[in-house]
Design a protein around this ligand. Sequence first.
Ligand code: GRF
Length: 219
Amino acid sequence: MSAELRLAVLISGQGSNLRALIDATAADDFPAKIVMVISNKDDAPGLKHAEAADISTLIISRNTCSNHADFEAEMTKAMEHHNVHLVCLAGFMTLLSNHFVTHWYNRIINIHPSLLPAFKGLDVHERAINAGVKFTGCTVHYVRFKMDTGPIIIQAITPVITGDKADSLATRVLKQEHIIYPLAVKWIAEGRILMDGERVIVSGAEPPMGVLINPEQCL
Ligand code: GRF
């Protein structure tokens, strides 16, 4: 992998993960840099993070393209123009076609706010609370054809606390997202990701730190 991996970050909303990636990549020794941010919404609040960091932004709305294929073709053209190596979906609320995923195969990653394969899709925190799980978390994975599927690079665990509402849980999960997304990018840039079929092995990853039990009062 090149010394400096060139990233495109695709957003639709707040862009807090974009912000985490901007902060991480600002370090001199970080082996990747964001060369462009694409938003499919012209009013995405996250765009301000890109502008503040002087990163080139592009707004491509599905509505201004005649069809979904054109929309994706425009994104690919822009990213290839910027010589993008890795596409980072960060709250990009548009389904991507098999054609697009094939074009960027193993060069497109996503962050999802659950411990995949549990709770794919939307309203994940509400669904996790209603299901009564004691742990949830977040996942960074390579993108495959079906939504929220693909080889898992890294996950972080967040306990579900009595009285949690979707908002409170989302806030704690997001904090973990901001840690693991830059870490996944760093590992990819360092060439530490090995694929065993559809399983990711991270070379040099630390052994697990221990067993987690929640609620901890049971101990
Ligand atoms: C995050 O929870 C991410 O996991 C999901 O969409 C949300 C985006 O948040 N895919 P932000 O725009 O990065 O703040």
